[in-house]
Design a protein around this ligand. Sequence first.
Ligand SMILES: Cc1cc2nc3c(=O)[nH]c(=O)nc-3n(C[C@H](O)[C@H](O)[C@H](O)COP(=O)(O)O)c2cc1C
Length: 197
Amino acid sequence: MNNILFIKSSLNGEQGQSNKLAQQLVSNLASTSNITIIERDLAKQSLPHLSQAEMSAWMTQPNERSDKEEKLANVSDTLIEELHTSDTIVIGMPMYNFGVPSTFKAWVDRVARAGITFSYTENGPIGLLEDKKVIVVAARGGIYAGLEKDTQTQFLKDFFSFIGIDDISFIYAEGLNMSGSDQRLEAAQAVIDNFTN
Ligand SMILES: Cc1cc2nc3c(=O)[nH]c(=O)nc-3n(C[C@H](O)[C@H](O)[C@H](O)COP(=O)(O)O)c2cc1C
């Protein structure tokens, strides 16, 4: 059994290029084996910015939480549980204003939990998630891959490594708001069709 967590954050719903391309990949992966898919659309169900009250709820023992704290802690607990039950995390990743969508950052802020997804040791932090892989399908209006301006790629590598996932692959669809976008899109679709998990 292979469980996929499919995370999307395009503002453009079904028409979002990152959503469409990542969906193509998920459908391909699902056609080759018996796969369960958990879908998390961060644009549809946007998470608020992380608050002190929410972090404080995390640090309160479950049996000592108030109803409000229980509800707050439940948000992060649910997202982390989705990570725990998945083997492969497919991310449809639009570039918005040179970075990841703020809704995705709100997800990151809730799945990085000391003692649960990473731990501090005398040699620095270590990631606690094991045996998982991430595939990022990155859609961009401009062209950045391999350039200094592509801070998105490094951020995603650093973040997933921090929680214990070093197996991360990127598929880029770039220049989608430039002339020649049709050919670039077709090239990205071909890469997805040839992608082996
Ligand atoms: C609010 C916003 C900000 C954007 N910022 C950038 C950017 O910084 N760099 C870029 O290459 N494209 C940028 N784009 C274009 C998207 O990356 C492009 O539309 C791509 O298809 C991914 O978005 P989508 O999955 O929503 O279609 C931006 C689009 C929006 C809506």
